[in-house]
Write a protein that binds this ligand. Structure first.
Ligand code: FAD
Length: 652
């Protein structure tokens, strides 16, 4: 990958005066330079829209507000899909990653979670340099004070149209056909530490102006909710005794996120380790003793269930020793990020708490942890194109829609940017379905079910898991992204076509190798298969029986060696083809079994099927009478319904 140019050249480009810009009309204006905004702006420009990205501070464009990491189970799928649609975050992860690992490797490749620990500064620099070199995209430092909208057209009551923005410095309005709002945790944001509360979107950053909230709430009449999140203190690395924590090395061969990269910038031997330690009774005691000094935790506002604060973990699961990962913040950074220790008590108590953990008994805090509460727009008010239904040309993406996480924000940002550009160019909206992508699952969940707590992606949310794999995101999305959506470069498209054609040719060559099991045994004496000599098996069927493509290629080099670079993909493809067909049939069955009764005495907590704790809690509370009513419950994933159906049928 190319080296990002110096930040300085970026800054000089974007320091254009607002008075020059104010004369101009843009196709698309994106508000906010976080993970949603950067993908939205880049995607809109790729689709061919003249785009302006306005953000409060240039030097925070692409900033990782919380954990310095990308991907993971479910989230890694989103990164691969954003990359397949030519987005930025996958390549940025490959550039900035300093510790790569595939999570969930003991399970099937459909639910592997590509993840990387990142160097914060490198990540930001990469994103900034990419935006700088995107044709048709201008970046401007400024705070958007007001969203300009028309009064509803008498012929379309209740339907406004966006016409542009006005900046906080009182300059002229800047007009645009569409506006994408990606203000993250900044909308009416308040920061919490101990008993202190102050306005802010993130530490060191002011909240989004009240004018913006006012337009959304009062002028457009949108339903707004409130959520919260928090971040841990950053710890001085030299003050931690890492010999008292367990070393967790990265994978020996880093796997890139991007389909365009065969290697990561960080060489295998340059990767940095992470460390694992645990909380103890001392930590629990400090949390309990300081609850009265901790306003954030007392507030009755929902926080991220799957990334909870140490206070929530202790209160919910007393007596447990909770994991704390000590993660590097960058190659040259002196800090460690203690994942699992998000906290909002006063700074002196934060210090007392971390020093209860042996590895941190002399630790120093560089920046204390804090919490943030912010407004979000209830996402059921959006169309699948992420456009506000009641306001033409207004699109929302990221944390403003009630999600949490960089990957969820990036995925929505890309899709909102695509549709904002298409709207501006009078092209019809495009949608992604649940059956073709995790992005489709994410958007469908948001717009059709809404959120009651910060939403994050899990593989269990997708019903077609065996097809929606990280390894095949390019085949699922790159071709469509080029041919139908217009957000993929021809270079990437050509590469995806080459991959698709090669895989098809390789599978045809494997099918053509059909022969009896006795002949296979002669060729490959070590393989195990049925004793029936007459069984005819193709090369694809052998792959389904745990024979690797590499073994077959060494036995039949003349027809298979041209495809050796696709070995891993072919091993996975052959096995999953079977499952994909089975899954489609399961979904058809669910539609048929809509009226199947669910026993009222089921103990959902001990049901021996794969259901998340969240799903078990909902089913236990509501006790739906039929499968159909379970499927319609808020928070019940389609995948959970498949598993429930399997259980009920099995137990009669
Ligand atoms: P952000 O990354 O927040 O970007 C918003 C951007 O909009 C910023 O650049 C801001 O300057 C700009 N902006 C806002 N208002 C205006 C305006 N009026 N005019 C111009 N620009 C504006 N995620 C997790 O997955 N797990 C966690 O534990 C977690 N903890 C977090 C803790 C804290 C304290 C914070 C702040 C965030 C946390 N996150 C966490 C969330 C994660 O940072 C977000 O999910 C992600 O950054 C959302 O991306 P976004 O693009 O929607 O918004």
């Amino acid at each position: 990958s190319k080296k990002p140019p110096l930040l300085q050249s970026f800054l000089s480009l974007v320091s254009r005066r607002v008075s020059h810009l104010a004369q101009q009309q843009y196709d698309v204006i994106v508000v906010g330079g976080g993970h949603a905004g950067t993908e939205a702006a880049a995607a809109a420009a790729r689709v061919g829209a003249e785009t302006l990205l306005v953000t409060q501070k240039i030097n925070t464009v692409g900033a990782l507000s919380c954990n310095p990491s990308l991907g993971g189970v479910g989230k890694g799928h989103l990164v691969k899909e954003v990359d397949a649609l030519d987005g930025l975050c996958g390549r940025a992860g490959d550039w900035a990653g300093i510790h790569f690992s595939i999570l969930n490797r003991s399970k099937g490749p459909a639910v592997w979670g590509p993840r990387a620990q990142l160097d914060r500064q490198r990540y930001r620099e990469f994103i900034q340099s990419e935006l700088l070199s995107t044709p048709g995209l201008t970046v401007l430092e400024g705070s958007v004070e007001e969203l300009l909208v028309t009064e509803p057209n008498p012929e379309e009551p209740g339907r406004h149209r966006v016409t542009g923005i006005r900046l906080a410095n009182g300059s002229h309005p800047i007009s645009a056909s569409s506006v994408v709002l990606t203000t993250g945790t900044f909308l009416s944001g308040s920061l919490f530490m101990g008993q202190t509360t102050s306005p802010g979107g993130r530490i060191g950053d002011a909240p989004s102006s009240a004018g913006l909230s006012h337009t959304l709430r009062e002028r457009l009449g949108l339903r707004i909710g409130r959520l919260r999140t928090g971040t841990p203190p950053r710890i001085v690395k030299d003050s931690v005794d890492l010999s008292l924590a367990d070393l967790h090395p990265p994978d020996s061969h880093p796997t890139p996120f991007s389909f365009l990269n065969t290697r990561t910038r960080c060489k295998p031997e340059e990767q940095l380790p992470c460390y694992l330690t645990r909380t103890n009774a001392g930590v629990e005691r400090v949390v309990r003793e300081s609850l009265h000094l901790n306003h954030h935790i007392q507030e009755d506002i929902k926080g991220p269930r799957y990334c909870p604060s140490i206070e929530s973990r202790v209160l919910r699961f007393p007596g447990r020793r909770h994991q704390v990962w000590l993660e590097p913040e960058g190659v040259t950074s002196d800090l460690l990020y203690p994942q699992g220790l998000s906290m909002t008590m006063p700074p002196d108590i934060q210090l007392r708490l971390i020093r209860e953990i042996p590895a941190m008994h002399r630790a120093e805090i560089h920046t204390p942890g804090y919490g943030v509460q912010y407004d979000f727009v209830c996402p059921t008010q959006l169309s699948p194109a992420l456009q506000v239904k009641s306001t033409q040309g207004l699109f929302l993406a990221g944390q403003i829609n009630g999600t949490t996480g960089y990957e969820e924000a990036a995925a929505q940002g890309l899709w909102a940017g695509v549709n904002a550009a298409r709207w501006a160019r009078a092209m019809p909206p495009v949608a992604l379905s649940r059956t073709e992508s995790y992005i489709g699952v994410l958007i469908d969940d948001l717009v059709s079910r809404g959120v009651t707590e910060p939403y994050r992606m899990f593989t269990s949310r997708a019903e077609f898991r065996t097809y929606l794999r990280p390894d095949n995101a390019d085949l699922r999305l790159t071709l469509k992204g080029f041919e139908e959506v217009g957000c993929v470069s021809s270079l990437r498209y050509q590469e995806a076509v080459r991959v698709r054609d090669s895989l098809q040719d390789a599978l045809a060559a494997l099918q053509a190798l059909a022969q009896s099991s006795s002949k296979w045994r002669k060729k490959l004496p070590d393989i195990r298969m049925s004793e029936n000599k007459c069984t005819i098996l193709s090369g694809v069927e052998l792959l389904q029986h745990n024979v690797s493509f590499e073994m077959l290629a060494s036995a039949f080099p003349e027809c298979l060696s041209p495809y050796i670079e696709f070995s891993q993909r072919l091993n996975i493809e052959a096995v999953y083809n079977l499952h994909c067909d089975k899954q489609k049939k399961e979904m058809e069955r669910i539609q048929k079994e809509e009226n199947m009764s669910l026993p009222q005495d089921i103990d959902y907590f001990s049901l021996p099927v794969s259901l998340s704790q969240e799903v078990r809690e909902i089913l236990d509370r509501v006790r739906p009478s039929t499968l159909g009513s379970a499927a319609r419950l808020h928070g019940i994933t389609p995948a959970a319904v498949v598993n429930l159906l399997g259980y009920v049928v099995h137990t009669g």
